[in-house]
Design a protein around this ligand. Structure first.
Ligand code: NDP
Length: 295
């Protein structure tokens, strides 16, 4: 028999608050990072009911957790229980990373920075001076729209089924970044074709095409792309959505959301531990992580 010495009274505590949390790959990512870096920490899933969120946060503070992630459905509600938020969280209205500094909770959102880092690495492009189209107007669209605007995009369109949600984001972008953000609905095919044709970068943030609905796509099958365009789909399951395959068939540069998932987690870890993880470790980890997910 070998005694398990991996967790002691000195081990730093991290976790994931959400519901459901059973299928999350975050424990795999964060616990592997701790092992690779030789950091004495453990990351555990913490499933919580909606009416117990406040109690849970108090418990994590009392238990001296170093930090935690927040996922569906608490990314907005968590803001009621924290002490400080970043400007970005104030604008987008949700957080995914909480750092506990001596009982004071700091909330940030690493989704957009994770997306941006993955986008630049995988496509070799940034957003400065680009004409960008975002498909969808949910929580992810809101944070990516703010990021794309802050990175200097020259034009932004938000296309959504429910136009009021797209207009909400457009208002936030116009007010805070001085960028005119236009909106459209998926049903207006002619106008949609024109918007897509004039764009440099198209980002899908809708859940159309997400497993198990893999035959769905937010755009019509007959839509045309141009090989100079980049299509980024935040979905990573399946690895190639119908939309990504369609863009690939026109020779576009494409990427799925795995890099975003990876980097939002890495940035959260760096926030809690107040450190930078070396690039060589990240490269090695990314290969293992993607092999594991798609084995
Ligand atoms: P939300 O529920 O906030 O938003 C969903 C969006 O998808 C809405 O704009 C909704 O439109 C649209 N939508 C849903 N079904 C369809 C459809 N059949 N046709 C057209 N539009 C549709 O979700 P999130 O923003 O939190 O997440 C969106 C996607 O991003 C999910 O697939 C999620 O898995 C992925 N994601 C990936 C991450 C990563 O790290 N790679 C991180 C976070 C999210 P409407 O407003 O009309 O309802």
């Amino acid at each position: 028999m070998k005694l398990n010495e991996s967790i002691t009274g000195r081990t730093r505590l991290l976790g994931l608050l959400g519901n459901p949390v059973e299928h999350s790959v975050s424990p795999l990512l964060h616990n592997t990072v701790s092992t690779l870096l030789g950091i004495d920490a453990v990351y555990i899933p913490l499933k919580v009911e909606k009416d117990k969120l406040g109690d849970m946060v108090e418990g994590l503070k009392a238990g001296n957790f170093t930090g935690f992630n927040v996922t569906i459905p608490f990314k907005e509600d968590i803001l009621k229980y924290v002490d400080n938020i970043t400007d970005e969280v104030r604008l987008v209205g949700c957080a995914n990373t909480i750092r506990n500094s001596g009982g004071v909770l700091f909330a940030s959102n690493t989704d957009a920075d994770g997306f941006c880092r993955a986008f630049e690495e995988e496509t070799g492009s940034g957003f400065l001076g680009k004409n960008v189209v975002i498909l969808g107007a949910g929580g992810t669209a809101r944070s990516l729209a703010a990021k794309v605007a802050s990175e200097g995009a020259c034009r932004l369109h938000i296309i959504n089924r429910t136009i009021s949600r797209a207009k909400d984001i457009a208002l936030m972008i116009g007010t805070n970044y001085g960028l005119i953000c236009e909106t459209e609905e998926f049903v207006h095919k002619m106008s949609l074709e024109k918007i897509i044709k004039g764009s440099d970068i198209i980002i899908n943030t809708t859940s159309a095409g997400l497993y198990p609905e893999i035959e769905e796509s937010p755009l019509d099958e007959n839509i045309h792309f141009d090989s100079r365009q980049i299509l980024y789909d935040v979905i990573y399951n399946p690895v190639k959505t119908k939309l990504l395959k369609q863009a690939e068939s026109f020779g576009c540069r494409t990427a799925n959301g795995l890099g975003m998932l990876f980097y939002q987690g890495i940035l959260a870890y760096e926030t809690w531990m107040e450190m930078k993880i070396p690039d060589n470790i990240l490269r090695e980890l990314y290969v293992e992580f993607s092999n594991y997910l798609f084995k």
